[in-house]
Write a protein that binds this ligand. Sequence first.
Ligand SMILES: [Zn+2]
Length: 214
Amino acid sequence: MSDTFPVAVALVARDAQASTGHAIRTSAMPLVPVVHPAIDIDLRYASADNISGRPLYDHGQALLHRDAMAALVRAADLAAAQGLRLRVYDAWRPAAAQWRLWQVLPDPAYVADPRVGSMHTRGIAVDLTLADAGGHPLDMGTGFDEMSAASAHGCTTITPQAQRHRAWLAGLMALSGWVHLGSEWWHYNLPDAARYPLIDDGSQAPRFVDAPVA
Ligand SMILES: [Zn+2]
């Protein structure tokens, strides 16, 4: 429906400012809040609890492209039907945050070169895990953002239980229209990423244009 988009954008702008004090410039941004009764939000890059040791952005609300949110609702509905929950660690990522992440880990196996652009900055990628009905994350064998071979899909050196948990997550995400990234069990994105433009909030955080290309 053509009249739903402005309403969604206005909602994002108001909620983002109210919850964090930081106004995300959302004009012409097709982002919507991640809200679902079976989804918990735990934005690691909004805190110091991530591989950089400091916050990478200061918005406290998970946002996704509306196409991605529709797919995440399907996944959350499937999880809820099994008595499970989803726990979202990262969703839309501003371009400035991608630059900061690249400074910490300039390895394209794990972090998209910000000059190319991340699928997170397109709003069509989500980092997440499965949790039990009480919201406690299931054992996935490695932690979120553990950049090692053990975090890859199909890794058989983790426990059989952790392999099953990864398979549950992969199954319900695949059935909901997401594709996986081989090196990270927590990352899923919509197919045909190039169809979606990068979404920048126009923040003036530094771009490290001289960063080396790994
Ligand atoms: Zn990701």
